[in-house]
Ligand binder design. Structure first.
Ligand code: NAI
Ligand code: MG
Length: 337
């Protein structure tokens, strides 16, 4: 395979974990070429804008980006570069796996293997129609859910289940209270689910879903839900299995897809060379799956798991005394054995 992808090295720990990730990808010999482009603080300094047109063009051209975390300066321009990227490229599916790994100080070091599929473009989360009354006493927001938005995200979730051999999809909603918006999502989700008779489908109200996730996370396989619920649930799931250092995410649309770590630029440890590269590496594994390189993705995930199992040169967040670079070396040494 030969494929060029856009690479955003990002802010804070971004460049450190990206360098480690690209080193591991190169060792895997996947045949990827990189076009390095800027966003975030680095872009602000160089081009006077957080999201230069050249970066957007590169993502549009290559249709795939691997992105490190970006620092969004407080109180400037749009609220978040990430939200802006989702909007620009209509990246409607936010796909976040949460899988148990050994030696991560997590409450569930085994048996959790689930994927949250979050609608990424509508609902309360996008802040449509935000307003505060003149006297400051009343705040409002529009929560808009569409048939189109609901149908494509639920279809994405069921197709993902079918494609990856997962057996169950849980539709998470609050239709008992939010009868119009969550009600429409649930109605459309049921219609879509009817087209996938081989996949078990259940429905959960979001608050019950959270309790079930904490008590019996093993029962979940694929979760599909609207934007704000998905934002909260996917972090909850990351917390079940070892936290931010191990949580990747993909933002997928019809024309482009951006793969990343869920965590931010971690200014408190930036420049120290001790950031855990695994979240971005697992994002890279999602990218490989997306490019139909499932065998390479499996090699990568297996090497990460083996490295964690051995606690070999892992970073301080996992209780080790390794560096970003030694962690990557340790993973590379396990890629092919
Ligand atoms: P954060 O995720 O950067 O850090 C939270 C805590 O987790 C910190 O103590 C940090 O040291 C630790 N941590 C995060 N990633 C780690 C890693 N790979 N290895 C070891 N420890 C790690 O969240 P925070 O501090 O709220 O945000 C910092 C900046 O990142 C802000 O400017 C925020 O806007 C931005 N951010 C960007 C995101 C993105 O680009 N996808 C996502 C979240 C935040
Ligand atoms: Mg979030």
């Amino acid at each position: 395979m030969s494929k060029t992808i856009a690479v955003i090295r990002g802010d804070g720990i971004g460049p450190e974990i990206m360098d480690a990730t690209l080193r591991v990808l190169d060792a895997l010999s996947v045949g990827l070429e990189y076009e390095f482009v800027e966003a975030g603080l680095v872009a602000q300094e160089k081009f006077g804008t957080l999201l230069p047109q050249s970066t957007l063009d590169s993502i549009a051209r290559h249709r795939i980006a691997l992105k490190s975390p970006l620092t969004t300066p407080v109180g400037e321009g749009f609220s978040s570069i990430n939200v802006e990227l989702r909007k620009r490229f209509d990246l409607y599916a936010n796909v976040r796996p949460a899988i148990s790994f050994p030696n991560t100080r997590s409450r569930f070091p085994e048996n959790v293997d689930l994927v949250t599929v979050r609608e990424n473009t509508e609902g309360a989360y996008i802040g449509e129609g935000q307003a505060v009354s003149e006297d400051g006493a009343t705040a409002t927001l529009t929560q808009r859910i569409t048939r189109h938005g609901s149908e494509r995200i639920v279809r994405y979730a069921f197709d993902l289940a079918r494609r990856t051999g997962r057996r169950k999809v849980s539709i998470v909603h609050k239709a008992n209270i939010l009868k119009s918006t969550s009600g429409l999502f649930l109605k459309v989700a049921r219609e879509v689910a009817a087209g996938y008779p081989e996949i078990v489908c259940n429905e959960l109200i979001v608050d019950n879903c959270c309790m079930q996730l904490v008590m019996v996370p093993e029962q979940f396989d694929v979760i599909v839900t609207t934007n704000l619920f998905g934002d909260i649930i996917s972090d909850l799931c990351a917390g079940l299995v070892g936290g931010l250092g191990l949580a990747p995410g993909a933002n997928i649309g019809a024309d482009a897809a951006i793969f990343e770590a869920v965590h931010g630029s971690a200014p408190d440890i930036a420049g120290k060379g001790i950031a855990n590269p695994c979240a971005l590496l697992l994002g890279a594994a999602q990218l490989l799956d997306h490019l139909n390189q499932g065998d390479k993705a499996l090699l990568l995930r297996t090497a990460i798991r083996a490295t964690l199992e051995a606690r070999d040169r892992v970073t301080p967040d996992l209780g080790g005394s390794g560096t970003t670079s030694t962690f990557a070396d340790s993973i590379i040494s396990r890629l092919f054995n």
